[in-house]
Design a protein around this ligand. Sequence first.
Ligand code: AMP
Ligand code: GLY
Length: 414
Amino acid sequence: MKALVIGSGGREHAIVEALSRSPQVEKIYCAPGNAGITSMAECVGIGVTDVEALADFAEKEGIDLTVVGPEAALAAGVVNVFNSRGLKIFGPTKEAARIESSKEYAKQVMDRYGVPTAGYRSFDNYEEALEYVKAGKIPTVIKYDGLAAGKGVVVAMSFEEADAALKDMLLDSSFGKGRVVIEDFLEGPEFSFMCLVSGDKVYPLELAQDHKRAYDGDKGPNTGGMGAYSPVPFIGEDIKDRALREIMIPVAKGLVSEGNPFTGILYGGLILTEDGPKVIEFNARFGDPETEVVLPRLKSDIYALFEAALKGEDFDIEWHKDAVLGVVLASKGYPGSYEKGAVIKGLEDVDTSVYHMGTAKKDGEILTSGGRVLMVTGKGATLEEAHAAAMKSLEKIDCPALFHRTDIGKAAIK
Ligand code: AMP
Ligand code: GLY
């Protein structure tokens, strides 16, 4: 079989790696891919939102299955276009993907199907939003209602911070013209629950935990994710089952009832509150960096899983017992502005899996080319061992332009 993966980050690197382990897959393409992915797939220079060109390529090369990585491709309607041209693709339509691309739609779906989440209101007017914040409690959470690469969320610890976020999003339109959702602040440990969904059938993947803040001790601005690990020892099977029953299944069934059935990975960003698991956000795709710690644990043939999901057939998912932990190396300045083009040395000495998130190759050297640059992982019988393996690899990588958190997995490791 020939597979095409759309995207250029660590998530796509991990999807390509998982596909390369499938005995059925003979050739993998990645559009546009990155410097790390070139070792496992043929990278083709088509952008993720250039959906007609992607479909032309899939048709011309006789691609058997395309897998979508990033939300931008989904929002651009890549699945709709492939479907209309009779090309097989794993991912939700643009309409179903609104569960991620519109925070307000996600909230409406949760309301309609009784899914536990934070109370909220949405606004497009700055003065009205400010009045609502004044009348409510601090901390409060302000979210831009649209795609903002994980950066459109401000957990405001003071009124001034909330006001600044509202000004930024509604008056200065930093992410574009749009609305904001203002939510009650929830407390508890967060975890990422990805499920393979095929209409009303929901198959849970192993849990992971992401670290969203830029700096140690969960300080600093929100990012796309600075590190992750799987499994998550403090979330028991009982909680996972409850999250499946109360959150993931009702949403999948709800989307079917709405006329927007979902096929793909439904990602629940959940928080374990005193009242049980609640939703922080949904994504309509594999999480990044969660995918880099979850897919290496997958024992089943991922190609067969994607195929079965597309056909609506039942299947079991098998897992390895190993734990995986990964640390993101990001460009200094991320998630704000940063420089590109720094040389990364020492990669050839690393013997654990390193997923490229934002790299480029020039004259035989690997250069930084994004905010999040590499995800360095370790594997082991326990999270402690996985952590030690990741640390050992991290020490070998030499690039002064990068920084990383030193406390990934700390909460789970005794
Ligand atoms: P999101 O992009 O919606 O996942 O939000 C990014 C991060 O902001 C989450 O991982 C949480 O740490 C935090 N956050 C978002 N919504 C809330 C909330 N209602 N209560 C507490 N923290 C939140
Ligand atoms: N790591 C969170 C996300 O993929 O949005």
